[in-house]
Design a protein around this ligand. Structure first.
Ligand code: BG6
Length: 487
């Protein structure tokens, strides 16, 4: 039976742009996410330079948390949440990103949310930038490839650290910062410019003399510096602040026992779990980065001041998302599949969800052991869950046993990892209340314990109802993970 430590932070997670809606209400400015249309598993999301009439932009409405926050927090309280991971929309606080003064209504919105969390005994875990930035920064500066954006972010971070001192103690700087290494993350995480009408993974606009990878890694470097400076300021504002990195982590297996396959899988795991982890936890680029930059002809602008900031601004804990595992091979054999926005080979030993993501609880135990083995600091799993189509029965019930089964397996794997010696301090399942998908923009790809009556045809009144998994997770939390039974 799994044994979780006393005070383990059980909870769930959401992101502002996928959940809040009210995209242009009370002074909020447009974010990069607000320019992305809906899509599905076969049709990619597109970027549009201006908002087109009769086009669906999922972030504009999300699950309308902005007008349902009291009800939603009550649901989380009823489940017994110890923590709730949410992000602040940077554009509610600084609508253009480079504004001199913050938007008071934006500050007020989150204050009431955090205060209610405090009343419920729920510790907020706040992401400063979850797949969005003020769109103005893309237009005027080319996004994160411009180092002036570092100061805008640091100013925003300082503003919210001061504003919510005493209400928030757990922070994450950038969501899945390592996704900036992939084409998916170039716009999504790096706010790098896309051509009007381009699909989300299209090549991004780069500075003269640079290329795609160069732009992505410069943007990533600038985020490392911004993150490190934010960590230092966060600690100075309140020494009780615990500030973490957030990485899309996982494991790639070799397809065969060919040493070349193992080497390729190892390098893939290094790039995914350790490239950003080393910078943010150890305060310096890993040894393998040098060769990667040389082989790919990447020449970064890194100053002595940057190096110092990175060395001084290391994080207090390593948090990560885990959904699935991948497979690497040097032979072009076997079927390919998407695994959390990254293409890998299909694993014949695993089952896949409707979006082609492998379901692999043991992969989570492997990932936890590897990451803890490298860094020896507390870990948090801040995203995990099953995206699925849910069916509402005639009596209104939703019997999501498949979701319960997925979560059971992963919680068991975390319990085993704790028994292996891993210092795991929290677990927040993804999309605890249904929200729009980041990858496809679908509302019908659901992760929640609470159903939101809104679908991809834009039908539904946003009313909420608990699913079967709601009662199950409540029991899991109440028993501190010792009762995972589904009866
Ligand atoms: C992570 C992101 O990549 O995965 C979330 O941090 C996202 O924002 C989640 O929603 C699940 O992906 P998707 O595409 O199913 O929404």
């Amino acid at each position: 039976m799994a044994q979780f430590p006393e005070g383990f932070l059980w909870g769930g997670a959401t992101a502002a742009n996928q959940y809040e809606g009210a995209w242009n209400v009370d002074g909020k400015g447009p974010s990069t996410a607000d320019m992305l249309t809906g899509g599905d598993v076969d049709h990619p999301r597109h970027f549009t330079k201006t908002i087109e009439p009769d086009t669906y932009y999922p972030s504009h409405t999300g699950s309308d948390f902005y007008h349902h926050w009291e009800e939603d927090l009550e649901y989380l309280h009823r489940m017994g949440f110890k923590t709730y991971r949410l992000s602040i929309a940077w554009t509610r606080i600084f609508p253009n990103g480079d504004d001199a003064q913050p938007n008071q209504k934006g500050l007020d919105f989150y204050r009431q949310v955090f205060k209610r969390c405090q009343e419920y005994g729920i510790e907020p875990l706040v992401t400063l930038s979850h797949y969005e930035a003020p769109y103005h920064l893309t237009e005027a500066y080319g996004g994160w490839q411009d180092r002036r954006v570092i100061d805008f972010f640091v100013n925003y971070a300082q503003t919210v650290f001061r504003e919510y001192k005493g209400l928030v103690h757990y922070w994450l700087t950038f969501n899945e910062i390592n996704m900036l290494q992939s084409p998916f993350g170039a716009y999504m995480a790096g706010a790098l410019p896309l051509a009007d009408g381009a699909p989300l993974t299209a090549p991004v606009g780069v500075r003269a003399g640079g290329d795609q990878l160069q732009a992505q890694y410069q943007a990533l470097h600038n985020q490392f510096v911004a993150s490190a400076k934010a960590v230092q300021i966060g600690h100075a504002v309140d020494p009780d602040n615990m500030i973490g990195c957030m990485i899309a982590a996982g494991v790639d297996y070799p397809l065969t026992s060919k040493p070349e396959d193992t080497f390729k899988a190892d390098m893939s795991n290094n790039m995914r779990n350790y490239f950003c982890g080393d910078v943010q936890v150890r305060g310096e680029y890993p040894a393998f980065a040098k060769r990667f930059f040389n082989d790919n002809d990447i020449h970064l602008d890194i100053t002595d001041e940057d190096r110092q900031a990175i060395a001084m601004g290391t994080v207090d804990f390593y948090s990560f998302s885990y959904y699935s595992s991948g497979v690497q091979t040097t032979t072009n054999e076997g079927e390919q599949t998407e695994s959390n926005q990254t293409k890998t080979n299909k694993n014949p030993y695993l089952k896949y969800n409707d979006w082609g993501w492998a379901m692999d609880p043991l992969g989570l135990r492997i990932t936890l052991n590897r990451i803890y083995g490298r860094y020896d600091i507390p870990l948090m799993v801040v995203e995990n869950g099953l995206g699925a189509f849910d069916k509402v029965e005639a009596d209104g019930s939703i019997n999501d046993d498949y979701r319960i089964a997925y979560l059971q397996g992963h919680i068991q794997a975390m319990g085993e990892a704790i028994a292996d010696g891993v210092d795991l301090i929290g677990y927040t399942t993804w999309g605890c209340i249904d929200l729009a998908s980041a990858g496809t923009g679908q509302m019908d790809k659901r992760y929640g314990f609470v159903y939101v009556n809104r679908n991809d045809k834009q039908e539904g009144d946003y009313s909420r109802s608990p699913k079967k998994s709601f009662y199950w997770y409540k029991k899991v939390i109440a028993s501190n993970g010792t009762d995972l039974s589904n009866d």
